[in-house]
Design a protein around this ligand. Sequence first.
Ligand code: ZN
Length: 331
Amino acid sequence: MVGQRPLEPLIQVRILAPEPLCILDSLMPELPEVETVRRGLAPCLVERRLASLTVTDKKVLDRSATAANLEALRGQKFRSVSRRGKYLVLKLETRYLVIHLGMTGQLTLRDPEKADSPGFRRTITGLEWTEQYQPDKHTHVHIELDNGKWLLFRDTRKFGRIFVLPGAPEDLEAFFTRKRLGLEPFTPDYELTSFLKRFRGKTLRLKSLLLNQAFVAGVGNIYADEALFEAGLHPARRASGLRRAEKERLFKAIELVLERGVRFGGTTLRDFVNTEGEKGSNQEMLNVYGRGGEPCLRCGATIVKTVISQRGTHFCPECQPRGRSRRHQSR
Ligand SMILES: [Zn+2]
Protein backbone atom coordinates (compact mmCIF):
# COMPACT_ATOMS: atom_id res chain seq x y z
CA MET A 1 0.00 0.00 0.00
CA VAL A 2 2.56 2.51 1.15
CA GLY A 3 4.83 1.75 -1.77
CA GLN A 4 2.11 2.70 -4.23
CA ARG A 5 1.75 6.19 -2.86
CA PRO A 6 3.70 9.03 -4.45
CA LEU A 7 6.63 10.26 -2.37
CA GLU A 8 5.82 13.08 -0.02
CA PRO A 9 7.47 16.42 -0.72
CA LEU A 10 10.96 16.65 0.75
CA ILE A 11 10.12 19.53 3.08
CA GLN A 12 7.58 17.42 4.91
CA VAL A 13 9.86 14.46 5.31
CA ARG A 14 12.59 16.68 6.74
CA ILE A 15 10.35 18.28 9.31
CA LEU A 16 8.25 15.28 10.26
CA ALA A 17 11.23 13.18 11.26
CA PRO A 18 13.49 15.18 13.60
CA GLU A 19 11.08 17.82 14.87
CA PRO A 20 7.74 16.37 15.94
CA LEU A 21 6.91 19.48 18.01
CA CYS A 22 7.26 21.55 14.91
CA ILE A 23 4.22 19.98 13.37
CA LEU A 24 1.88 21.06 16.13
CA ASP A 25 3.44 24.49 16.21
CA SER A 26 3.17 24.98 12.50
CA LEU A 27 -0.45 23.97 12.11
CA MET A 28 -1.90 27.38 12.56
CA PRO A 29 -2.10 29.59 9.52
CA GLU A 30 -0.62 33.01 10.25
CA LEU A 31 -1.10 36.38 8.60
CA PRO A 32 0.62 35.52 5.28
CA GLU A 33 -1.38 32.32 4.86
CA VAL A 34 -4.68 34.01 5.68
CA GLU A 35 -3.80 36.91 3.38
CA THR A 36 -3.02 34.41 0.61
CA VAL A 37 -6.49 32.92 1.06
CA ARG A 38 -8.05 36.40 1.09
CA ARG A 39 -6.39 37.26 -2.22
CA GLY A 40 -7.71 34.06 -3.74
CA LEU A 41 -11.23 34.58 -2.46
CA ALA A 42 -11.77 38.25 -3.27
CA PRO A 43 -12.01 38.07 -7.08
CA CYS A 44 -14.27 34.99 -6.90
CA LEU A 45 -16.68 36.24 -4.24
CA VAL A 46 -17.11 39.98 -4.62
CA GLU A 47 -20.36 40.87 -6.43
CA ARG A 48 -21.47 37.23 -6.38
CA ARG A 49 -24.47 36.15 -4.34
CA LEU A 50 -24.56 33.44 -1.72
CA ALA A 51 -27.08 30.94 -3.10
CA SER A 52 -27.00 28.42 -0.26
CA LEU A 53 -25.03 27.45 2.79
CA THR A 54 -24.88 23.94 4.20
CA VAL A 55 -23.23 23.01 7.47
CA THR A 56 -22.47 19.35 8.10
CA ASP A 57 -20.68 19.80 11.43
CA LYS A 58 -21.80 22.53 13.80
CA LYS A 59 -18.58 22.33 15.78
CA VAL A 60 -17.02 24.87 13.46
CA LEU A 61 -19.81 27.37 14.13
CA ASP A 62 -19.49 30.07 16.76
CA ARG A 63 -22.57 30.81 18.89
CA SER A 64 -23.16 33.88 16.73
CA ALA A 65 -23.72 31.63 13.70
CA THR A 66 -27.27 30.72 14.66
CA ALA A 67 -29.58 29.01 12.20
CA ALA A 68 -31.46 32.30 11.73
CA ASN A 69 -28.26 34.25 11.12
CA LEU A 70 -27.02 31.70 8.61
CA GLU A 71 -30.38 31.64 6.85
CA ALA A 72 -30.28 35.44 6.59
CA LEU A 73 -27.14 35.16 4.44
CA ARG A 74 -29.00 33.42 1.64
CA GLY A 75 -29.34 35.59 -1.46
CA GLN A 76 -27.01 38.27 -0.16
CA LYS A 77 -24.24 39.72 -2.27
CA PHE A 78 -20.61 39.61 -1.13
CA ARG A 79 -19.39 43.20 -0.91
CA SER A 80 -15.77 42.70 0.08
CA VAL A 81 -13.24 40.23 1.43
CA SER A 82 -10.83 41.68 3.97
CA ARG A 83 -8.64 40.46 6.79
CA ARG A 84 -7.81 41.52 10.34
CA GLY A 85 -4.96 39.56 11.94
CA LYS A 86 -5.75 35.91 11.22
CA TYR A 87 -9.47 36.57 10.67
CA LEU A 88 -11.04 36.65 7.22
CA VAL A 89 -13.94 39.08 6.92
CA LEU A 90 -16.54 38.42 4.21
CA LYS A 91 -18.84 41.42 4.09
CA LEU A 92 -22.31 40.69 2.79
CA GLU A 93 -25.23 43.11 2.47
CA THR A 94 -26.51 42.94 6.06
CA ARG A 95 -24.05 40.62 7.79
CA TYR A 96 -20.38 39.87 8.18
CA LEU A 97 -19.24 36.31 7.79
CA VAL A 98 -16.00 36.10 9.78
CA ILE A 99 -13.81 33.02 9.44
CA HIS A 100 -10.84 31.91 11.50
CA LEU A 101 -8.97 28.96 10.02
CA GLY A 102 -7.91 27.67 13.43
CA MET A 103 -5.14 25.11 13.03
CA THR A 104 -6.07 23.08 9.98
CA GLY A 105 -8.84 25.10 8.31
CA GLN A 106 -8.81 25.34 4.51
CA LEU A 107 -11.00 27.44 2.27
CA THR A 108 -11.02 26.28 -1.31
CA LEU A 109 -13.08 27.11 -4.34
CA ARG A 110 -14.62 24.36 -6.37
CA ASP A 111 -15.79 24.80 -9.89
CA PRO A 112 -18.05 21.85 -10.80
CA GLU A 113 -17.49 22.68 -14.48
CA LYS A 114 -13.81 22.00 -14.12
CA ALA A 115 -12.71 18.39 -14.06
CA ASP A 116 -10.60 17.31 -11.14
CA SER A 117 -7.03 17.00 -12.26
CA PRO A 118 -4.22 14.98 -10.67
CA GLY A 119 -2.63 18.35 -9.92
CA PHE A 120 -5.05 18.80 -7.10
CA ARG A 121 -4.04 15.64 -5.40
CA ARG A 122 -2.53 16.65 -2.05
CA THR A 123 -1.52 15.18 1.24
CA ILE A 124 -3.76 16.96 3.64
CA THR A 125 -3.50 15.34 7.02
CA GLY A 126 -0.17 13.65 6.53
CA LEU A 127 -2.03 10.38 7.10
CA GLU A 128 -4.20 10.12 4.07
CA TRP A 129 -4.42 11.17 0.49
CA THR A 130 -7.47 12.97 -0.68
CA GLU A 131 -8.75 15.09 -3.50
CA GLN A 132 -8.41 18.58 -2.15
CA TYR A 133 -10.74 19.82 -4.81
CA GLN A 134 -13.48 17.41 -3.81
CA PRO A 135 -15.51 17.80 -0.62
CA ASP A 136 -14.81 14.96 1.79
CA LYS A 137 -15.70 13.97 5.36
CA HIS A 138 -13.67 16.90 6.70
CA THR A 139 -15.54 19.46 4.60
CA HIS A 140 -17.92 20.99 7.14
CA VAL A 141 -19.36 23.99 5.33
CA HIS A 142 -20.44 24.24 1.69
CA ILE A 143 -21.32 27.65 0.35
CA GLU A 144 -22.82 27.72 -3.12
CA LEU A 145 -22.50 30.88 -5.17
CA ASP A 146 -24.99 32.16 -7.73
CA ASN A 147 -22.61 31.17 -10.55
CA GLY A 148 -22.66 27.51 -9.48
CA LYS A 149 -19.21 27.58 -7.88
CA TRP A 150 -18.61 26.38 -4.36
CA LEU A 151 -16.64 27.73 -1.45
CA LEU A 152 -15.68 24.83 0.81
CA PHE A 153 -14.50 25.02 4.39
CA ARG A 154 -12.54 21.94 5.34
CA ASP A 155 -11.00 21.45 8.76
CA THR A 156 -9.64 18.14 10.04
CA ARG A 157 -9.12 19.29 13.62
CA LYS A 158 -12.15 21.56 13.78
CA PHE A 159 -10.47 24.40 15.64
CA GLY A 160 -11.56 26.79 12.90
CA ARG A 161 -14.55 29.01 13.63
CA ILE A 162 -17.24 30.73 11.63
CA PHE A 163 -18.89 33.83 13.10
CA VAL A 164 -21.88 35.74 11.77
CA LEU A 165 -22.00 39.37 12.86
CA PRO A 166 -24.46 42.20 12.22
CA GLY A 167 -23.41 44.22 9.18
CA ALA A 168 -22.47 47.58 10.73
CA PRO A 169 -18.74 48.50 10.83
CA GLU A 170 -19.00 49.22 14.57
CA ASP A 171 -20.19 45.65 15.16
CA LEU A 172 -17.09 44.38 13.42
CA GLU A 173 -14.87 46.76 15.37
CA ALA A 174 -16.46 45.65 18.65
CA PHE A 175 -15.82 42.03 17.70
CA PHE A 176 -12.12 42.66 17.16
CA THR A 177 -11.90 44.73 20.34
CA ARG A 178 -13.26 41.72 22.24
CA LYS A 179 -10.66 39.56 20.53
CA ARG A 180 -7.99 42.03 21.73
CA LEU A 181 -6.18 42.31 18.42
CA GLY A 182 -3.07 44.46 18.36
CA LEU A 183 -1.36 46.46 15.61
CA GLU A 184 -2.25 45.42 12.08
CA PRO A 185 0.79 45.13 9.81
CA PHE A 186 0.65 46.78 6.36
CA THR A 187 -1.85 49.40 7.56
CA PRO A 188 -1.25 52.98 8.81
CA ASP A 189 -1.99 51.48 12.23
CA TYR A 190 1.41 49.81 12.16
CA GLU A 191 3.79 52.63 12.98
CA LEU A 192 6.81 52.91 15.20
CA THR A 193 5.42 55.11 17.99
CA SER A 194 2.48 52.77 18.65
CA PHE A 195 4.81 49.80 18.40
CA LEU A 196 7.22 51.23 21.00
CA LYS A 197 4.31 52.11 23.31
CA ARG A 198 3.27 48.48 23.41
CA PHE A 199 6.53 47.56 25.12
CA ARG A 200 5.59 49.56 28.23
CA GLY A 201 5.32 47.38 31.31
CA LYS A 202 6.05 44.22 29.27
CA THR A 203 8.50 41.80 30.82
CA LEU A 204 7.59 38.83 28.63
CA ARG A 205 10.18 36.93 26.66
CA LEU A 206 10.31 38.16 23.07
CA LYS A 207 8.91 34.90 21.74
CA SER A 208 5.83 35.21 23.99
CA LEU A 209 5.44 38.87 23.19
CA LEU A 210 5.34 38.16 19.45
CA LEU A 211 2.85 35.33 19.84
CA ASN A 212 0.51 37.59 21.79
CA GLN A 213 -2.11 38.77 19.28
CA ALA A 214 -2.70 41.89 21.38
CA PHE A 215 0.84 43.03 20.49
CA VAL A 216 0.95 42.63 16.70
CA ALA A 217 -1.96 40.78 15.10
CA GLY A 218 -1.32 37.84 12.79
CA VAL A 219 2.12 36.69 13.94
CA GLY A 220 2.40 33.04 14.99
CA ASN A 221 5.20 30.61 15.64
CA ILE A 222 6.86 30.56 12.24
CA TYR A 223 6.97 34.29 11.60
CA ALA A 224 7.89 35.07 15.24
CA ASP A 225 11.04 32.95 14.90
CA GLU A 226 11.83 34.43 11.50
CA ALA A 227 11.30 38.03 12.67
CA LEU A 228 13.58 37.54 15.69
CA PHE A 229 16.26 36.12 13.40
CA GLU A 230 15.98 39.09 11.03
CA ALA A 231 16.21 41.47 13.97
CA GLY A 232 19.17 39.58 15.49
CA LEU A 233 17.35 39.13 18.79
CA HIS A 234 17.42 36.06 21.01
CA PRO A 235 13.88 34.73 21.52
CA ALA A 236 14.35 34.27 25.29
CA ARG A 237 15.30 37.88 25.94
CA ARG A 238 12.88 39.98 27.97
CA ALA A 239 10.92 42.71 26.23
CA SER A 240 11.87 45.08 29.04
CA GLY A 241 15.58 44.65 28.29
CA LEU A 242 15.49 45.88 24.69
CA ARG A 243 17.11 49.12 23.61
CA ARG A 244 15.27 51.42 21.30
CA ALA A 245 17.42 50.47 18.30
CA GLU A 246 16.63 46.82 18.90
CA LYS A 247 12.91 47.51 19.06
CA GLU A 248 13.18 49.42 15.80
CA ARG A 249 14.90 46.45 14.20
CA LEU A 250 12.11 44.18 15.39
CA PHE A 251 9.48 46.61 14.11
CA LYS A 252 10.96 46.42 10.60
CA ALA A 253 11.72 42.69 10.77
CA ILE A 254 8.10 41.74 11.51
CA GLU A 255 6.81 43.44 8.38
CA LEU A 256 9.70 42.12 6.34
CA VAL A 257 9.07 38.45 7.14
CA LEU A 258 5.29 38.81 6.81
CA GLU A 259 5.68 40.56 3.47
CA ARG A 260 7.97 37.79 2.26
CA GLY A 261 5.45 35.21 3.47
CA VAL A 262 2.68 36.86 1.46
CA ARG A 263 4.92 37.23 -1.60
CA PHE A 264 5.65 33.49 -1.61
CA GLY A 265 2.03 32.49 -1.12
CA GLY A 266 2.31 31.48 2.55
CA THR A 267 4.23 28.71 4.29
CA THR A 268 3.05 25.13 3.85
CA LEU A 269 4.54 22.67 6.31
CA ARG A 270 1.53 20.42 6.18
CA ASP A 271 -2.04 21.66 5.84
CA PHE A 272 -1.99 25.10 4.39
CA VAL A 273 -3.32 25.47 0.85
CA ASN A 274 -4.58 28.47 -1.08
CA THR A 275 -8.08 28.70 -2.54
CA GLU A 276 -6.97 26.62 -5.52
CA GLY A 277 -5.74 23.84 -3.25
CA GLU A 278 -2.10 24.67 -3.92
CA LYS A 279 0.69 24.86 -1.35
CA GLY A 280 2.64 28.00 -0.58
CA SER A 281 6.39 28.20 -1.16
CA ASN A 282 7.60 30.38 1.72
CA GLN A 283 8.84 27.26 3.54
CA GLU A 284 11.78 27.43 1.14
CA MET A 285 12.58 30.95 2.33
CA LEU A 286 12.73 30.23 6.06
CA ASN A 287 16.02 31.04 7.79
CA VAL A 288 15.51 29.34 11.15
CA TYR A 289 12.03 27.85 11.52
CA GLY A 290 12.12 24.07 11.06
CA ARG A 291 15.91 24.19 10.53
CA GLY A 292 17.10 22.98 13.96
CA GLY A 293 20.50 21.26 13.64
CA GLU A 294 21.17 22.75 10.21
CA PRO A 295 23.75 25.46 9.48
CA CYS A 296 22.70 29.10 9.64
CA LEU A 297 22.47 30.45 6.11
CA ARG A 298 24.22 33.66 7.21
CA CYS A 299 27.03 32.56 9.53
CA GLY A 300 27.19 28.77 9.37
CA ALA A 301 26.57 28.22 13.10
CA THR A 302 24.17 25.40 13.97
CA ILE A 303 20.55 26.53 14.34
CA VAL A 304 19.20 25.69 17.79
CA LYS A 305 15.77 24.20 18.31
CA THR A 306 14.46 24.65 21.83
CA VAL A 307 11.23 25.27 23.70
CA ILE A 308 10.47 28.80 24.88
CA SER A 309 7.10 29.73 26.28
CA GLN A 310 6.01 26.15 25.58
CA ARG A 311 6.50 26.61 21.87
CA GLY A 312 9.09 25.09 19.60
CA THR A 313 11.55 27.91 18.94
CA HIS A 314 14.42 28.14 16.48
CA PHE A 315 17.30 30.60 16.50
CA CYS A 316 20.92 31.08 15.51
CA PRO A 317 23.12 31.37 18.61
CA GLU A 318 25.63 33.55 16.72
CA CYS A 319 23.27 35.90 14.86
CA GLN A 320 20.92 36.15 17.87
CA PRO A 321 23.11 36.45 20.98
CA ARG A 322 21.48 36.09 24.37
CA GLY A 323 22.90 39.37 25.65
CA ARG A 324 22.58 42.75 24.04
CA SER A 325 24.25 42.68 20.68
CA ARG A 326 27.83 43.92 20.73
CA ARG A 327 27.35 46.86 18.48
CA HIS A 328 24.88 48.30 21.00
CA GLN A 329 26.87 47.35 24.10
CA SER A 330 29.87 49.32 22.95
CA ARG A 331 27.94 52.57 22.87
ZN1 ZN B 1 23.77 32.81 12.14
